[in-house]
Design a protein around this ligand. Structure first.
Ligand SMILES: Cc1cc2nc3c(=O)[nH]c(=O)nc-3n(C[C@H](O)[C@H](O)[C@H](O)COP(=O)(O)O)c2cc1C
Length: 161
């Protein structure tokens, strides 16, 4: 079993490194896949972009054992079931890991553009509940939700195998 991950700004990498340290498993970036044998079981970790787990498509021909998605939502949004469906990982264990982000003004390119639109939509929404307010603050100010304890369900799953 090995860990393979895709991380753009480093939060998912932190989880991959933590998981590697806790389990002794090796961790590779998706772009290092040439080091991975096709019959080797993989725990995949990828950051989420508009509900899609990034890098996942590149490991579909490998032996996927479990998938983790890291995002800034408190929980997988809109739900784990929808994320599983959209990412076509039915039947595989899925774990949501709360990641993080840098403040919007520090982002560049398409990511900044997409999040600027998203934050404006949130700001204009009529029923701005506490979760919406939190999402706006996270995007504007940045956030780091990476915690060791968030990996607990993944470790439990590994132990039970
Ligand atoms: C364009 C864009 C779209 C995003 N879409 C989602 C999303 O749909 N759900 C979510 O929870 N987080 C979303 N995020 C937040 C990232 O998934 C989150 O910050 C992640 O932990 C970043 O991981 P990384 O540092 O490894 O790249 C989005 C971020 C960007 C820039």
């Amino acid at each position: 079993m090995i860990i393979v991950y895709e991380s753009k700004t480093g939060f998912t990498k932190k989880y991959a490194d933590m998981l590697a340290a806790k389990t002794g498993l090796k961790a590779f970036r998706v772009k290092e896949l040439q080091n991975v044998k096709k019959d080797e079981e993989i725990i995949f970790l990828g950051w989420m972009k508009v509900g899609k787990i990034q890098g996942l498509d590149k490991v579909r021909n490998y032996k996927l054992a479990a998938v983790c998605g890291s995002g800034t939502g408190r929980t997988a949004e809109p739900s784990s079931e929808v994320v599983i469906e959209r990412n076509k990982i039915k039947g595989l264990p899925f774990f949501y890991l709360r990641g993080g982000c840098y403040p919007l003004k520090e982002l560049k390119g398409m990511d900044k553009f997409m999040l600027s639109i998203f934050v404006n939509v949130l700001k204009k929404s009529k029923d701005k509940d506490e979760r919406v307010e939190e999402s706006i603050a996270i995007i504007e100010n940045g956030y780091d939700g990476v915690k060791e304890e968030n990996l607990e369900p993944v470790l439990q799953w590994l132990k039970a195998r």
